[in-house]
Design a protein around this ligand. Structure first.
Ligand code: ZN
Ligand code: ZN
Length: 371
């Protein structure tokens, strides 16, 4: 686990401004990735309560188990207090800022707080506070990365690249998908990763036609394609990359499918810059794959934002209405999945910059025939 202290008063100030715009007195930030982003706290039970109300609130609540960790990780701008272990409930209720006679408007994360937690909290605060649904406010800030976050994403990507190269050099043919996946995970951890970003996907032959295939106890056959989708979490930040290899010379039209996906990926990647919406970038890849006769075999969106979580905003898909801005970090990962036969996916992680884009993942993309 990382012990780096991130001092991020600027983030809290920006969020407090947004909280005021929403006419809330305070916002309760409870999702671990959001809490980490705002405060640097990496433990599992801590919430931040902040807003412009009552003279500016910066409250951090945890329970007795994390007091030392909070002292080390959470900056001096936060008023740190020990509360009941059930934070969304008695913990928060006992530490809500005192009223000035009016009802406190408290925003909560309706995307994550359960109906049960909400009912319990509402019962405890009574008419001292009105609970207002306000999910997604920190997520919106997190989508635009600052320079230090981009450097962390780059470092995670480099670590993951090196780990995969090490595994592929040893050969893939004849090993089971599961064995390769475990080996890759270990290589990332040995190189210093906190963990993998997600359990690695290693999918060969017809299994490659399942975009979220789970590695099987089945040997990778010569003459097939194998798709490996993996990432490293380093200092909290995730990388995400996919490469498809040929184990020996591939049979049938595998090479043609590969070249089609590669052309779609490179063209869409080159289109990433500030300005276009996620939908427009998605369309660049989708048109190429459709013209190549495989439109119905590309069933998922082109990409997604990556940061403290491996899937965050903005989204590159037919539903991607957000225009890209400098600081967005997204994947570009078209795929073609021919049921019962094969799958190809190629994925890079890219940051939108002031004058274009900068690809964070670095492994070659021409079809590599490996042992
Ligand atoms: Zn991926
Ligand atoms: Zn991805």
């Amino acid at each position: 686990m990382s012990t780096t202290t991130t001092t991020t008063p600027g983030r809290a100030d920006r969020l407090a401004h947004d909280v005021g715009e929403r006419e809330l007195d305070v916002l309760v930030v409870s999702e671990p990735a959001d809490v980490r982003y705002l405060t640097g706290y990496t433990g599992s039970n801590g919430i931040a309560v902040l807003g412009p109300g009552r003279g500016g609130v910066r409250l951090f609540l945890t329970d007795f188990r994390y007091v030392t960790q909070v002292e080390r990780q959470v900056g001096a701008e936060w008023d740190k207090r020990m509360a009941a272990q059930e934070l969304i409930g008695p913990g928060l209720a006992e530490h809500l800022p005192a009223g000035d006679g009016s009802t406190l408007r408290v925003g909560f994360d309706d995307a994550h707080i359960s109906v049960k937690q909400h009912a319990r909290l509402a019962g405890l605060v009574g008419d001292r506070a009105e609970l207002v649904p306000a999910g997604g406010m920190v997520v919106a800030l997190r989508a635009v990365k600052d320079a230090s976050e981009v450097e962390r994403l780059r470092a995670a990507s480099r670590l993951a690249d090196a780990a995969l190269s090490e595994i592929v050099e040893r050969g893939l043919g004849g090993r089971t998908e599961r064995d390769v996946a475990i080996d890759l995970e270990m290589a990332m951890r040995r190189a210093g990763a906190d963990s993998p970003s997600f359990p690695p996907i290693v999918a060969s032959g017809a299994n490659g036609a399942l975009p979220h295939a789970e590695p099987r106890d089945v040997a990778i056959e010569p003459g097939t394609l194998v798709t490996i989708d993996w990432g490293a979490r380093l200092d909290g930040y995730c990388s995400d990359c996919t490469r498809t290899f040929a184990v020996g010379e591939p049979a049938g039209d595998a090479r043609e499918v590969y070249e089609l996906v590669l052309r779609a990926q490179e063209t869409a990647l080159a289109a990433v810059r500030a300005g276009p919406t996620g939908k427009e970038i998605d369309a660049v890849a989708r048109e190429i794959i459709t013209a190549g006769g495989h439109g119905e075999h590309f069933g998922h969106g082109l990409g997604h934002g990556v940061g403290l979580e491996v899937h965050e905003g903005p989204v590159l898909s037919r539903r991607g209405e957000t225009a890209l801005v400098p600081g967005h970090v997204v994947t570009v990962e078209p795929g073609v999945y021919v049921p019962g036969r094969l799958g190809v996916r190629i994925e890079d992680l890219v940051v939108v910059t002031e004058n274009g884009a900068d690809v964070l993942t670095g492994l070659p993309k021409g079809l590599q025939v490996v042992a």
